[in-house]
Design a protein around this ligand. Structure first.
Ligand SMILES: [Zn+2]
Length: 199
């Protein structure tokens, strides 16, 4: 993400339809919520300086949801097979019930050669795979609770992984990125770079 995309929108605990406290933005909007949890807001203007390690949460949410390439934002689903191409830095993480999971969006086959050349971390351990789909199972989030003095949100945990079915824990969570289970994961050949000019 870019440094100019950091926002300072204020958080608040408000009562939901069930009359229970829940973390929200002071000017809450429908798109702030997905999978029953509040998500970090970021701008989309790509201003300031690019930070490689920081992710833009709304952009990443969209890439994960619609299988869009993290390099070019194009579709990652094969037109004929509907399988989604993915590039992993290493073997996938494994969920508590033994399934492969990732928190990185997919990469389209056109961009995989470029990504392998550009990123030094994508060395010999990287894996090109295809999947039948990706199922949201968890998210990384900061946790908040209302302060005893005036009820304003106080951060009590930084970037912890929480299952989507964690129940009341979701009420105090501000999600940063999603974890998805990779369904029917299969190894795929490394795509070759397309020639860019003809002689
Ligand atoms: Zn791409």
């Amino acid at each position: 993400m870019w440094t100019g995309e950091l926002l300072r929108d204020r958080l608040a605990f408000t009562l939901d339809a069930e009359g229970l406290l829940r973390l929200s933005y002071q000017d809450s909007q429908r798109d702030d919520w997905e999978h029953g949890v509040l998500w970090v807001r970021h701008g989309q203007d790509r201003s300031g300086t690019h930070k490689w390690k920081a992710i833009n949460t709304p952009r990443t949410r969209l890439m994960m949801r619609d299988y869009l390439c993290m390099v070019c934002t194009g579709p990652c689903s094969d037109r004929e097979t509907a399988r989604v191409s993915w590039l992993l830095v290493d073997d996938p993480e494994i969920s508590p019930d033994g399934q492969p999971v990732t928190n990185v969006p997919p990469t389209c086959t056109s961009c995989i050669p470029e990504a392998l050349e550009a990123c030094p971390k994508l060395g010999e351990h990287s894996r090109v795979i295809t999947v039948a789909g990706a199922k949201p199972i968890a998210f990384a989030a900061d946790l908040f609770k209302p302060s005893a003095i005036d009820g304003t949100p106080m951060k009590i945990a930084h970037e912890v992984n929480i299952p989507l079915d964690a129940g009341n824990v979701l009420r105090g969570a501000l999600a940063k990125h999603l974890w998805v289970e990779l369904l029917d994961m299969r190894a795929a050949p490394r795509p070759q770079r397309q020639p860019t000019s003809s002689l």
